[in-house]
Design a protein around this ligand. Structure first.
Ligand SMILES: NC(=O)c1ccc[n+]([C@@H]2O[C@H](COP(=O)([O-])OP(=O)(O)OC[C@H]3O[C@@H](n4cnc5c(N)ncnc54)[C@H](O)[C@@H]3O)[C@@H](O)[C@H]2O)c1
Length: 390
């Protein structure tokens, strides 16, 4: 079977190459697509064709996609969490060095020098005293949020010789496995701030994380500390940071979110939202989402979906598979099994997982899927989508 993929943006060839040409027809004008691949195109007002089985977002955020509408249609939305983690980690490390060695003001100073020859050398030697920095080993970095990015930052800072404290009450088992054993667990945010020369935040922006870095917590930090924000602007109370920079409580605020208030303020190093801006991050996102989309189309497996549960079963030759999305209400699996029993079919494997209001079931049966069975399952009240996976 050939799958038809509609692209709404140009998608990195590194991603499209994961979809073999003999099985996938890909283009931006494709009719009756089986799946849509998108980066930033706005799908919120789009008439999404009924043929669409899945949507893949080559990136992390999905606010350009009508996720809840697609959930009601039984259509999973895939994204690429963590595909940009290395890109952000590298910029955070750059931020640590920028802050520690006063690189921003030092560059500004060099640009002001007009002398040449010996006079230039003298001006350099006289001026450099202002930019004496510090080295990282022996200093403590506090990492708030140990997800895809936070874990990478924590591990890299530990390898640089820093003492690293981590705080994430909801750390996943997968991230805990990835975290270096050298990273110490902070008991609370207050404990982390009190013991960290530099604090970096890697949490999503939610009500709970808004102004997580605030005056009270900054006041706990050792004198001359650094705050790094490569997560979202509102996670840091800018007014509190600017006040702390004025008193010397903070020496530097390194962030990816310039604002009218911080732009040009002494001690602020603001970058123009460059965290994920590498060609590799774009390629990684495209490759990751192409892989998950392919596994879904060819095997019905679900990984990295924002609206569907993780659900994956290995394929066994001589079995056929049916994939069903349904409302997460009682007696769905019972009704589906009854349809299979009515057709005289033996279930060789079954997986049922749920996430929020959506449940997803993979059923492997011996032999082939008989004609009409998928339609009979699809007619059960509460079934959102059903298909035989070829
Ligand atoms: N600067 C950029 O260009 C850029 C690029 C990518 C991501 N980001 C930002 O970085 C954030 C983190 O990305 P990620 O891929 O690591 O996300 P992630 O979902 O993998 O990790 C987030 C972690 O934060 C933890 N967390 C949530 N609330 C917390 C709290 N109150 N205290 C401590 N931990 C908490 C979660 O348990 C999770 O482990 C994103 O939400 C995004 O806003 C910025």
């Amino acid at each position: 079977m050939r799958f038809r993929i509609q692209t709404l943006n140009s998608i990195s060839p590194k991603g499209l190459d994961r979809l073999p040409k003999d099985r996938y027809e890909i283009g931006n004008e494709i009719g009756r697509p089986d799946a849509i691949l998108v980066r930033s195109a706005d799908m919120l007002d789009m008439q999404i064709p009924a043929s669409v089985l899945a949507v893949g977002r080559a990136g992390a955020g999905t606010n350009n996609i009508p996720v809840s509408l697609l959930s009601q249609r039984g259509v999973p939305v895939f994204n690429a969490p963590g595909a940009n983690a290395n890109a952000v980690k590298e910029l955070v490390l750059a931020g640590l060095f920028l802050g520690a060695r006063h690189i921003g003001p030092a560059l500004d100073f060099v640009r002001t020098l007009e002398a040449a020859g010996d006079a230039l050398d003298e001006a350099v030697e006289a001026g450099k005293k202002r930019f004496v920095g510090h080295e990282l080993p022996g200093r403590t970095l506090g990492v708030v949020g140990l997800g895809a990015i936070g874990v990478e930052v924590a591990n890299a800072a530990h390898l640089l010789g820093m003492h690293v404290l981590g705080y994430d009450p909801q750390i996943t088992v997968q991230r805990a496995w990835q975290l270096s054993s050298g990273v110490e667990q902070a008991l609370s945010l207050e404990d982390l701030f009190a013991r960290s020369h530099a604090v970096t935040v890697h949490v999503p922006l939610t009500q709970a994380t808004q102004a997580l870095v605030n005056a009270k917590r900054i006041a706990l930090m050792p004198e001359g500390g650094t705050v790094l924000n490569f997560a979202r602007a509102a996670i840091v109370d800018e007014a509190a940071v600017l006040a702390a920079l004025r008193t010397g409580r903070l020496a530097a605020y390194v962030c990816d979110f310039p604002s009218a208030a911080t732009r040009g303020a002494a001690g602020v190093i603001a970058l123009p939202h460059l965290g994920a801006s590498t060609s590799e991050a774009e390629e990684n996102s495209a490759a990751m989402v192409a892989d998950t989309l392919r596994d879904f189309l060819e095997n019905g497996n679900i990984r990295h979906s924002v609206n569907f549960p993780e659900a994956a079963l290995p394929r066994v030759p001589s079995t056929a598979r049916i994939a069903i999305a349904n409302s997460n209400v009682p007696n769905m699996v019972g009704q589906i099994s009854t349809r299979l029993a009515e057709a005289g079919l033996n279930i060789s494997d079954l997986l049922n997982k749920s996430k929020g209001e959506v449940a997803y079931t993979l059923i492997d049966i011996d032999g082939k899927v008989p004609a009409g069975l998928v339609e009979r399952i699809g007619a059960i009240q509460g079934v959102l989508s059903a298909r035989a996976v070829q």
